[in-house]
Design a protein around this ligand. Sequence first.
Ligand SMILES: Cc1cc2nc3c(=O)[nH]c(=O)nc-3n(C[C@H](O)[C@H](O)[C@H](O)COP(=O)(O)OP(=O)(O)OC[C@H]3O[C@@H](n4cnc5c(N)ncnc54)[C@H](O)[C@@H]3O)c2cc1C
Length: 376
Amino acid sequence: MATADVIVLGLGAMGSAAGYHLARRGVRVIGLEQYTPVHDRGSSHGQSRIIREAYFEHPDYVPLLQRAYEQWRALQEECHASLLIMTGGLMIGPRDGVLVQGALASARAHNLPHELISADEIQHRFPPFRVSPEMVAVQEPNAGVLHPEACIRAHLDGATTAGAMLRFEEPVLQWTAGEHAVDVLTTKGQYSAARLVITAGAWAPQVLDALHLPLQVERNVMYWFAPKADASAFAPSRFPIYICEYRTGAFFYGFPAQSDGTVKVAHHHSGDFCTPSTLRRDVAPAEVARIRGLLEAHLPAASGELRATAACMYTNTPDLNFIIDRHPQHPQVTLACGFSGHGFKFSSVVGEVLADLALDGWTRHPIHLFRLPRFG
Ligand SMILES: Cc1cc2nc3c(=O)[nH]c(=O)nc-3n(C[C@H](O)[C@H](O)[C@H](O)COP(=O)(O)OP(=O)(O)OC[C@H]3O[C@@H](n4cnc5c(N)ncnc54)[C@H](O)[C@@H]3O)c2cc1C
């Protein structure tokens, strides 16, 4: 039986970052993952993730975001790969909508650089957009694109370099917390450690079944289109990441063109609930027609040939805030899940927070929004 100071269960976005920070603090780490490194079966594939600072979800996320940016830049410098491209961001919607009002609240509370611009100004600055006159946008410079596969690979490589033992294609079947140790059984062996960090993504409901967490897994599809014309208008130097509240509380979002010239777009929250084993990976023509309809209305030049689709899972909590806490019955077990479709950008700082909680039992970072007792 292999032993360590800390076992990390699940090496996706959060687990790779936790393994990285733990190993760099000099503790012995074993990481266990059911699939291959940087796989596309969970929540962290698809070539791009938005990062933005004027966070419409809640102003209390902003200090964590600022730390996340620092950590991404440090990691990027260390691994000599391109992890983050700054493009600026555009939050488009009705002036009194949750997106514009939320982004403004964060920007004002934290004194972030931003501008509130009119529909005419949106079209003037970013010609591909078509927005109705009552729409406005919060434009911010501190937003951009993370490359999730490269980010996870950088965390995994950094963890290994710092001495972590990472094992892939080795599903965890069971874990048990005793008085002095946590024992973990996989398909290939047994492991024991003083601490366990559980970062199982969409599998958290199963891995943490005794906690009956209020989590719902939601299928969300990403679409890659070739622009119809004037592809240069979508270049990352000219075109920002954006979110559009096209109907009250309903959002689609997208990115500038990737190196292959395609632009990725998606709905935020489909309402199509599933489990990892029932997730439907094929995409129906009616789904394509729906997203194409939104593009025709708001970004017609992006609605060319459909080049690819991929299904991905959100793991939602009732309030859409994350869960990051110690296990209520087993303080030697730390968990992070329920990232509700907006966690990736934070994974660099979540790794640091998880290392704090696992080793010290507390963190200086503000995580009060993410505590378990809020569910009663
Ligand atoms: C379509 C889509 C778009 C998104 N867009 C954005 C965005 O623009 N910006 C943003 O910030 N966030 C975004 N997100 C959310 C973000 O990607 C997720 O919050 C984040 O990737 C979740 O990371 P995770 O580590 O919890 O899950 P994962 O990365 O899925 O990792 C969990 C890992 O645990 C492993 N595992 C589970 N059970 C076991 C077991 N029993 N044994 C061994 N291993 C196990 C899994 O195989 C997996 O590798 C998006 C998500 C999706 C799906």
